[in-house]
Design a protein around this ligand. Structure first.
Ligand code: HEM
Length: 473
């Protein structure tokens, strides 16, 4: 927390000087179209109010207040930058679909230092599109889905075999452990063991620097994180070199490393591939376990939804047992109510509250000016909780999706446009498998716990539950 404030303080200080020069220049040239709003206090802008709302159970109250006064798109000054905040789904869609000539990703400095210049999260243009396309296609492939299903079933069963009736189970920790193993297997085919444990340890060290002060000297968190990344990169590079030397580079790729090694582009060097394997663990590592944990939280609070989900999954399990067939990935995704539970968890949980961009030139959308150099914050959470789009938006109601389309700009848990999350199928599949095994094998009582929304979404007490094993269906 202290580190967080330090980061904010430093970045706000340096950017404010630039801001005030730009602010007056822009006002004079584009007075009529810059969205309404306030840039807040000198130096700190509106960051304190934004952060204090973000820590509450209604983070969107910051946006709600301004939406009422200024409209769905307004200007503010947060995290050291003048920012146009959009809670208008159409405006956000337009920005996400724009190319790098208009908007590029914007992350805190500590994060960009850790990711490095060639990270998929930061690069733009044809290389980003190429890597994005290759990874997206691989994550959608039936071959990978079959492999993930086998791995996931194995890891889930191994994890659940250790659960005891008279001990609390921390769902968030269990889900994290399972999802990390699945992710590392999909990226570099590493199986659980000593090397996996080392990677897990280094990864924890690595991500501790994501929100740190951007100072890279021995003793700082950022320095420690970069050292951890170096060790992880060297593990991945060994794997890459072994594959290059082997005659066995498979034409049917078995993991993301294979996909990138098989590509003919000279830009995909070993260094770039190794760096990106680690960087891809950032969006992949935390979000899927949070999705699983939140689903269990909402189901614990909604017995009718839990009953319907359990019935649907038990029916499938019994049917497959009668046919003597194992469950395959399409079985899991074929369960309509389970999918609705996952969709509703994504809507109400808002695991990624929104995404940030920086304008590379003055852009006008729907009559609003987004000035060159300003940040743009597409805030999905307000759209997902807007009563004009969703009746009783704060109520967990998976049935609302029975006759509702998920492919609309009012539902964007995975972003959209050029950088639409390539891991979205993987995330849904993992959550489906986890829920299936969980509800068909256990009943449970959840202890009191609350959702924390900042800096990342998680459960305050790691979601402790007391489980009871079911008999065979
Ligand atoms: C519930 C789970 C997940 C959620 C809610 C989620 C959400 C998102 C969002 C909103 C973006 C867009 C970021 C932007 O526009 O700047 C994104 C991008 C990305 N996600 Fe996910 N994600 C999830 C799971 C995963 C998984 C399992 C992976 C697999 C490794 C993954 C890999 C990526 C990558 C590589 C990008 C960057 C794509 C690019 O910039 O071209 N995500 N994700």
């Amino acid at each position: 927390m202290d580190t967080m404030w330090l980061v904010l303080g430093t970045s706000i200080f340096f950017s404010t000087i630039i801001l005030y020069t730009k602010r007056f220049r822009l006002r004079s040239s584009h007075r009529s179209t810059l969205p309404l709003g306030s840039l807040g206090w000198p130096l700190i802008g509106e960051t304190i109010e934004f952060v204090s709302c973000a820590y509450s159970d209604r983070p969107e109250s910051f946006m709600d207040k301004r939406r009422r006064i200024y409209g769905k798109v307004f200007k503010s000054h947060i995290f050291g930058s003048p920012t146009i905040v959009s809670t208008d789904a159409e405006v956000s869609k337009f920005v996400l679909q724009s190319d790098a000539k208009a908007f590029v990703p914007s992350y805190p400095k500590s994060l960009t230092e850790l990711m490095g210049k060639s990270s998929i999260l930061l690069i733009n243009g044809s290389l980003q599109r190429r890597i994005h396309g290759l990874i997206g296609a691989f994550f959608k492939s039936p071959h990978l889905k079959a492999q993930i299903t086998r791995d996931m079933q194995k890891y889930v069963q191994e994890s659940m075999a250790n659960w005891k009736d008279d001990h609390p189970i921390y769902i968030q920790d269990e889900a994290k452990n399972i999802a990390f193993q699945v992710l590392v297997k999909a990226l570099i085919s590493l199986d659980p063991g000593e090397e996996m444990e080392l990677l897990k340890k280094q990864f924890q060290e690595f991500i501790s620097g994501l929100m740190s002060l951007p100072i890279n000297i021995p003793g700082t968190t950022l320095y420690g994180s970069l050292q951890a990344k170096k060790k992880m990169v060297s593990i991945v590079k060994n794997i890459i070199q072994a594959r290059r030397q082997s005659v066995l580079i498979s034409t049917v790729p078995k993991d993301v490393v294979d996909v990138l090694l098989n590509d003919s582009s000279e830009q995909l060097t070993d260094d770039l591939i190794a760096d990106n394997m680690i960087d891809m663990m950032i969006p992949g590592e935390d979000s899927v376990p949070v999705l699983m944990t939140l689903a269990i939280k909402y189901l614990s609070d909604c017995p009718t939804a839990l009953q319907q989900l359990t019935d649907e999954n038990l029916k499938l399990k019994t049917l497959k047992a009668q046919l003597g067939q194992p469950l395959c990935w399409s079985d899991y995704l074929s369960l309509p109510f389970t999918q609705n539970v996952i969709t509703e968890t994504l809507r109400i949980g808002n695991i990624i509250i929104g995404v940030m961009r920086k304008a590379m030139k003055d852009v006008e959308i729907k009559g609003y000016l987004i000035p060159k150099g300003w940040c743009f914050f597409a805030y999905f959470r307000s759209v997902h909780l807007d009563e004009n789009h969703y009746d009783w938006p704060y109520k967990f109601n998976p049935w609302r999706w029975q006759d509702k389309d998920t492919s609309t700009c009012n539902f964007t848990p995975f972003g959209g446009g050029q950088r639409l999350c390539p891991g979205l199928d993987l995330a849904r599949l993992e959550a489906s498998i986890f829920l299936h095994h969980f509800v068909t094998q256990f009943s449970w009582v959840a202890e009191e716990d609350t959702v924390v929304n900042f800096p990342t979404v998680r459960m305050k007490r790691r979601m402790p539950i007391w489980v009871k094993r079911r008999g065979n269906p």
